[in-house]
Design a protein around this ligand. Structure first.
Ligand code: FE2
Length: 510
């Protein structure tokens, strides 16, 4: 973080007095890098390196109010014999001593190793990479799709297998923490109290980041991150902040700040510093797009922060569409008008064979049989049908080739063809299972699948992740499921695989 940028954040937060002019090197009684390292938000010329200094006992932190100087190194080899770049960055108490190093001007399509140092302590070594340039011919991309990690449910051993699958990037599409906390379990012996303020959200992120499997996954490859509701509060709609009490706005700002502190995001994500997080439209910017050479465009979407309020309420978010006044209103939006326009413009790219939309829930309609009729779950895209329809019409009108939605949230594996009302398929979709979150009603899944003929596969019996392999000719999804949440080294198997041929928005079971 550059000094002038730091001061911009601090000025916006009104907390400039908390920092000293120069950082310090404290007496470190134990490893301050116990939360590991991470990298993310990669482009063809840049990447963000992350760590956070934390004492062994956060309740007795001798450097709690000190700004610390942290050295970073980027190298071509894991032994750091050939250090390519190095520098010093300040870790601020205001940001929980998190460190975000934004490297610019890097060569494209290149792997690097990185680490942090303070005093006698050295962090674990991370491995990262830059993306291919937008005009580069590339013949493959392997993406790991992960979501929904509730530590109280079990261990994150799925990441052990995900790394072994040799992915280029991990896309995390929501529910990195679960704010409602957890009773003590084998995976989380001390449990977690619900989070509602900055200290609480930080504690949730810290607790997750202490998991060795999650640390290893962050250290292995850069991540693209977006969020869903549980990074803040269940089923919230972020946009109409004016409808929130000041307490709600403070809670949201605390959750957003803790998220920034623990993710490899650039400082520019804080559009107006920390103070902006409490104001409508001055958000934590997560959405963005990057090309993977001439092969694919990756559109990372934020489906939570700008969405319209729910059209109605129902038992567990399930409503009969005819009973939900306003559900079809055209002004209701899942992405917010600005992000929606940005996405629709971006889909004009017909140069590349694949447009991958990394988003949070399931885009395809999902009719849930209920008492002789059906209901829909309005916290997902089914709660915003006009917003979805605008997106599908644009895909059809532009003949966008290779539109594929990749999501999570259901805690089930789903493969669907997304069709226009006249039955014409315009996109395909894969939704991956949760890392540890299980399906709420796995025995209902076959009935729900049968009620949705555009869906080809649904299974809620296991946790895991999806592996997405992309070539110029086809895209393949392997639903990878683990056999246990009680170990960091579970067995993994492929529960089902589908391919999509370039230019053909249809699923082929393999
Ligand atoms: Fe979830």
């Amino acid at each position: 973080m550059q000094r002038r940028d730091l001061f911009r954040v601090l000025a916006a937060a009104g907390l400039g007095q908390l920092t000293s002019a120069h950082g310090a090197t404290p007496r470190l009684e134990a490893d301050p890098f116990q939360l590991g390292v991470a990298s993310g938000s990669p482009t063809a010329s840049s990447v963000v390196l992350w760590t956070r200094l934390m004492p062994l006992n956060p309740l007795n932190n001798p450097w709690a109010r000190e700004t610390l100087d942290v050295r970073w190194e980027l190298a071509a080899d894991p032994g750091f014999a050939q250090v390519l770049r190095a520098g010093t960055v300040q870790a601020l108490p205001l940001l929980a001593h998190s460190v975000h190093v934004e490297l610019q001007g890097l060569p494209a399509d290149t792997h690097f190793f990185y680490r942090f140092l303070i005093g006698d302590a050295t962090s674990p070594v991370g491995r990262t990479r830059t993306l291919p340039t937008a005009d580069q011919a590339v013949d493959r991309l392997r993406l790991g799709l992960a979501s929904c990690q509730r530590l109280g449910n079990g261990l994150f051993g799925a990441y052990t297998r995900l790394i072994e699958d040799g992915v280029d990037l991990i896309a995390f599409v929501g529910d990195y923490i679960y704010e409602s906390g957890a009773w003590p379990t084998a995976a989380l012996p001390r449990g977690l109290t619900p989070a509602s303020d900055l200290g609480g959200y930080r504690l949730h992120h810290e607790t997750h980041k202490l998991e060795p499997t999650l640390q290893a996954a962050h250290a292995a490859v850069p991540w693209l991150v977006t969020w869903d509701d549980h990074e803040v509060v269940n089923d919230y709609a972020g946009a109409p902040l004016q409808g929130l009490s000041s307490g709600d706005a403070r809670r949201r700002a605390a959750a957003y700040q803790a998220y920034y502190e623990h993710m490899p995001l650039p400082l520019s994500a804080l559009r107006r510093g920390l103070a902006g997080l409490t104001q409508t439209g001055d958000e934590l910017r997560l959405y963005g797009r990057q090309a993977w050479g001439r092969l694919a465009q990756l559109h990372l979407l934020d489906c939570r922060q700008y969405r319209s309020a729910p059209a109605c309420t129902g038992l567990r978010g399930l409503v009969a569409p005819d009973d939900c006044a306003g559900l079809q209103r055209p002004d209701r939006t899942l992405l917010g008008s600005e992000q929606e326009a940005w996405l629709l413009d971006g889909l004009a790219d017909t140069e590349r064979p694949w447009q991958l939309m990394l988003q949070t829930t399931m885009v395809a309609p999902r009719r849930i049989p209920f008492g002789g009729g059906h209901r829909v779950w309005i916290d997902g895209w089914d709660g915003y049908p006009a917003s979805r329809q605008r997106l599908l019409e644009r895909l059809q009108a532009q003949r966008t080739p290779g539109a594929v939605f990749l999501g999570g949230d259901l805690h089930e594996n789903w493969a669907t063809e997304i069709r226009q009302p006249d039955g014409k398929p315009v996109a395909t979709e894969f939704v991956g299972a949760g890392i540890t979150m299980k399906s709420f009603f796995p025995r209902m899944t076959p009935d729900i699948l049968a009620a949705n003929p555009h869906a080809r596969y649904a299974d809620g019996s296991a946790c895991g992740y999806a592996l997405i392999d992309v070539t110029p000719q086809r895209l393949r999804c392997d639903f990878r499921v683990v056999d246990s949440l009680a170990t960091n080294t579970p067995a993994v198997r492929t529960a089902a695989s589908f391919t999509v041929e370039a230019g053909q928005p249809r699923l082929v079971k393999t």
